[in-house]
Design a protein around this ligand. Sequence first.
Ligand code: ADP
Length: 248
Amino acid sequence: MITAGLDVGSRTTKLVTYNGGLLHTALAPTGVRPLERCGELLNGVTYEKLTVTGYGRHLVAEALKANIVSEISAYAAGASHLFPDAGTVIDIGGQDSKVIALNGYGGVQKFEMNDRCAAGTGKFLEVMANTLEVPVSGLGELALSASKIIRINSLCTVFAESEVVSLIARGEEVSAIALALHRAVATRVAAMARRVGIKERVVFAGGVAQNRCLQKLLGEELGVALTVPENPQLVGALGAALLAEKIT
Ligand code: ADP
């Protein structure tokens, strides 16, 4: 059976179709009309069952005649499928971050989620990339080129941005500021991961997992080597496609 998984995220909508192997993947900004965006992504795509997940799942499910699964279940299923020995999933998306302890059977043992505060999410890095006048896709590499360690003390995104402006005015290197921002995110997410408990193998997923600096710092903070899937942003959509077959 060909199943489809659609992850309607706060920033990006992701589509995966599956029939024992990946058939098709697509991704586009969610924008202000999520249902239209889903329609565009599904246009011409063949599937028998569709499951939706992500931030906007409730908005689109009925119109798309789709089942719904939580992002937690979708990420757990997707990561466990890719890495059957996975013990933990860390997902950092556009507007939230989650740590999921897996039960060893593709399901969830426990989890913690931060969706109340932009710090520790992709949004924090997007705001800071904008302030530092670099694309968010280049922020990690910029940080990795830093030759000096400085600190950002504010946890709040708004105050941290003011701190960045002060650091720029003080003449600090932009790369060092970028590194300090990544350290702030890594510290915050690692604290959440420790609360949930780290079981190896630790899979790092979500759009922010593409950031090499965060891969490095988060791994160092937790004292484990993180496994980053080839397409970390698609793990939730893959999980939804896998779960579509199981939901009647
Ligand atoms: P959501 O599901 O909430 O829409 P995603 O998992 O799609 O979130 O992740 C979106 C986030 O990923 C953006 O906020 C951005 O910070 C980050 N991101 C996207 N592309 C890249 C990239 N090439 N390199 C680093 N970070 C990226």
